[in-house]
Design a protein around this ligand. Structure first.
Ligand SMILES: [Zn+2]
Length: 295
């Protein structure tokens, strides 16, 4: 993907790397849980293979207490410096700038207020408005501070351990997290959280639908930037979607895939929804919730 040059002054970046950045064991206190905690807990399962479905009940209750975002320290670096730290940082910033450019007009057209997310770089551990950030979680979105948290080392992990390398695979990850920002702005994220609280039995399925929608939104962004796409990019994205599908992750961890324990959807589902976004280029085609069986 040939991401365009961007003006660092037009994007929001926070840097917790280096001195004054994330402490080794930040946060610690409980109480800042919500859907994000669920997302985060589930993201952990990616790498640890822990079955976290049992945790959902507890987290859901904790979600009721979702409140203060705490104060996330702004490291004293500017976006330009942070984006230029290395090639992966620069690429992440460029992807963010492109995502802003693509989504803002769609919100304007729809008459829904838009605000940019911030991109937060951290190394190994950091702090988010949703609690501690740990590399092992993989990238995540925190709705309470509207932040996309990323340890760019994850990309090496993705390439080496998950077999999902390539710049478009990385852009897909950013675009997926941005998809969660879109869901926060449209109110979908809150709706899902309330539905999960009302109906804990469907919490997991709702979670998966939300993740698949973020995949579809990632595809929509790609579709709206077709001119930047290079040969092989789409395959790279679909391969990444396959490699991070729940059944594939479980199988690679030596476990039998159990659908009830899925958090992001199967490889087939993730590919299907990413592809749908890419093929239609229409965010309205990303309704992963209709047709959901009522439980
Ligand atoms: Zn996600």
């Amino acid at each position: 993907m040939r991401l365009k040059d961007f003006n660092p002054r037009n994007i929001r970046v926070e840097d917790q790397r280096g001195s004054g950045g994330g402490s080794r064991f930040p946060g610690g206190g409980g109480g800042k849980l919500g859907i994000v905690a669920i997302v985060v807990a589930l993201a952990i399962s990616y790498f640890t293979g822990i079955d976290v479905t049992q945790l959902l009940g507890g987290l859901q209750q904790a979600g009721e207490q979702t409140a203060s975002t705490g104060s996330v320290q702004q490291a004293g670096t500017n976006a330009e410096e942070s984006c230029n730290a290395d090639a992966l940082s620069r690429e992440s910033c460029a992807a963010l700038a492109s995502l802003n450019e693509t989504w803002e007009p769609l919100f304007t057209q729809a008459g829904v207020p838009f605000s940019q997310p911030k991109l937060v770089f951290y190394s190994q551990s950091g702090q988010s408005g949703c609690g501690a950030a740990q590399s092992a979680m993989g990238p995540f979105y925190c709705p309470s501070d509207r932040g996309i948290y990323i340890d760019t080392d994850f990309y090496r992990e993705m390439e080496q351990r998950l077999g999902a390398g390539g710049d478009f695979a990385r852009a897909y990850v950013m675009a997926h997290e941005y998809g969660h920002h879109v869901q926060a702005l449209t109110g979908l994220a809150d709706q899902v959280r309330r539905a999960q609280q009302r109906n804990p039995d469907a919490a997991n399925q709702l979670q998966v639908r939300m993740e698949l929608q973020a995949d579809c939104y990632a595809g929509v962004w790609a579709a709206k930037n077709r001119n930047l796409i290079e040969p092989g990019d789409i395959e790279e994205g679909l391969n990444a979607a396959h490699q991070i599908g729940d059944d594939t992750l479980m199988r690679n961890a030596g476990r039998r895939p159990v659908e009830e324990a899925f958090t992001h959807g199967s490889s087939a589902q993730r590919k299907e929804w990413l592809r749908r976004g890419i093929e239609t280029g229409n965010e309205d085609m990303c309704d992963t919730f209709s047709g959901m069986k009522q439980t």
